[in-house]
Design a protein around this ligand. Structure first.
Ligand SMILES: [Mg+2]
Length: 204
C-alpha cells in the first residue's frame, strides 16, 4: 500500500484516479427533534429551540472524520397547519448557525411537511431522502448511519439499507426502547447523540 491508501497497481494500466474512486462518501443522517434538539412538541420558534449540550461536539467528531451530515426531519406541524415552512426554516437556520460556530456543517436539511394522512414523497419511514442524498451527493448508503429517537427514523434507515440505524434514548427514544423491544433487534440503542458518534467512530 502506498501512503495515500492506494495499491498503485491499476495505475500502471490505465490513468484513473484510483484513490478517489475507491474512496466512498459515508454520511450520518440525523433526525432533528429529540436527537439534535429537545423535542418540545412541534418546535416552530427559535426561542423554543434547546440544542443538546453535546450536539455540536458529537457532530464535529463525525464531520472531522469525513462523514457528511444530513438532517432528515418529519415536520407534520406544517401539514397540520400549526406553523409554516418559513417558521421551520427559521428554526433550522438558527440551529445551523449555532452549530456552525463549532465548525459543523450540514450538507442538506431534508424535511417532509405533510401530515401523516397526506401523500408524501419523503416522510419517514420512507427512505426517499436518503436515496436523494445518495444520488445528489454520491453517498454510499451501506457505509452510512441513521440516528433517530422514533421507530420511523430507524425504519427509514433500514429501508435505505444503511449500515446501522441507531436509536438514542433522548426525545422519545427511551419510551420507544421500552415499547418496541422486538422491533429493535437490528438497532443499536445508546443514550444520546454523543454515544452514537463514539460508537460510529469505533471508540466504544
Ligand atoms: Mg425525533
Amino acid at each position: 500500500m502506498k501512503a495515500d491508501g492506494s495499491t498503485g497497481i491499476a495505475n500502471t494500466a490505465i490513468e484513473l484516479p484510483v484513490g478517489k474512486l475507491q474512496k466512498t462518501t459515508a454520511a450520518v443522517f440525523l433526525d432533528r427533534d429529540g436527537v439534535l434538539i429537545e423535542d418540545r412538541g412541534y418546535v416552530s420558534r427559535v426561542e423554543d429551540v434547546v440544542i443538546f449540550p453535546w450536539t455540536a461536539r458529537s457532530l464535529r467528531m463525525l464531520y472531522d472524520s469525513g462523514y457528511k451530515l444530513f438532517v432528515v426531519t418529519n415536520q407534520s406541524g406544517i401539514g397540520r397547519g400549526y406553523y409554516t415552512v418559513e417558521d421551520m426554516e427559521r428554526v433550522n437556520r438558527h440551529i445551523e448557525e449555532v452549530l456552525s460556530r463549532d465548525g459543523v456543517q450540514f450538507e442538506r436539511v431534508y424535511f417532509a411537511p405533510e401530515a401523516p394522512d397526506q401523500p408524501s414523497r419523503g416522510r419517514k419511514p420512507s427512505p426517499q431522502f436518503l436515496f436523494d442524498a445518495r444520488d445528489e451527493f454520491g453517498i454510499d448508503l451501506k457505509s452510512s448511519y441513521m440516528i433517530g429517537d422514533k421507530l420511523t427514523d430507524l425504519e427509514c434507515g433500514w429501508n435505505a439499507g444503511v449500515a446501522r440505524s441507531i436509536l438514542v434514548r433522548t426525545g422519545y427514544g427511551a419510551e420507544v426502547e421500552k415499547a418496541c423491544r422486538e422491533r429493535l433487534r437490528d438497532a443499536l440503542v445508546v443514550d444520546d447523540l454523543y454515544a452514537a458518534a463514539e460508537w460510529i467512530l469505533g471508540r466504544r
